[in-house]
Design a protein around this ligand. Sequence first.
Ligand code: ZN
Length: 398
Amino acid sequence: MKLFIATCFTAGGDVYPDEVSHERALRYSRIRQWLVLAGMIWSGAMSVVALVTGLSAGVRSQSRRLVPPTFGPTMPYTLVVSLLSFVASLPLAYFGGFVVEHRYRLSNQNHQAWIVEELKGLAVGLVISPPLVQGVYWIIQHYPRRWWAILSALTIPFTVILANLVPVLILPLFNKFEPLRDRGLAKRIKGLAAAQGVRVSNVMQMNMSKQTKKANAFFTGFGKTKRIVLGDTLLDEFSADEVEVVLAHELGHQVHRDIWKLIGLGTLTTTAISYLTHRASEPLLRRFGARWGIDADGGAGDIAALPALALVAGGASLVFLPLQNALTRHLIEHPADRFALDLTGKGDAFVRAMEKLGRMNLSNPTPSTLIKWLMYDHPTLQERIDFGRRYVSERNGQ
Ligand SMILES: [Zn+2]
């Protein structure tokens, strides 16, 4: 019993000041986990419904009537399906993105702001998806046996282009980005990096508080658009030393060229998922295609089969997710933590920053192994804190 209490206290005591706030964070993390699961089941169910009710085939046939044959039904089909799935996902999005966040006092958005943001997201999707799906289907139709390999290879240039454009075209639609206001801090980190022979790209801050009370930092962009971004929520709450270690972690990603590792990892998993989708969708469409109204000679190349491909690809990505997460944790995120500690030497600030990050985001410091494998591409909070502490004691012992 004593041991049990001690364990409980340690788990809460590391990050949360008392057991009540620890319990609250655990409840919040649990809800978020269920929401992820519900989202997957919901989108899978929508795909099944679209196929078995003939809705997908119906939208395809209507699209064919609407546009000239040379154009094909893909773009109008994608537009309609994007709209339909937006509407169908809205209740879950509202519950997860608004109700729960407000219940846990993490949101800074009123109803109007939330709706405007959802509509902006929809608009971005409606602009990007139709030409993208058109391109994908052109390849599927012209290379019915090799499309999976061609699409996987195209992931690399596509990701590079997207990574270049997202920070300058998409992200500013939702938040304001500006150079780090604290020039002293920017100068300090640049000095640290220069001492290591590293050139820092832009360090920017964003008004994350427009949406949330949660804190975050990330690196994004490619080439000229490469940047490290810190949330204003983080800057408001963290001391200079704590910001510095967070910044150093993000800098570590740049120094280690992690964007290329992520692209490599992404390409490998995309290849595996595309291949499995190709192999599994063939027999599936042969068996059920006619019943779902999919063209017998079209197979996967008929846009009406899109929900079937999405279903198979979704299942396949679940298989690779744990591996992808584990590789990201070990090869990308943990080394960035180590870099941050080596660069700054501020282990205590690192531990405090992690604890603060956990409290602000209501993170569960010690998720179960299953949840860790399925959902964590960073080491868990407790692992990061323990690493920081070990680093401090090893340094002191030297
Ligand atoms: Zn990171």
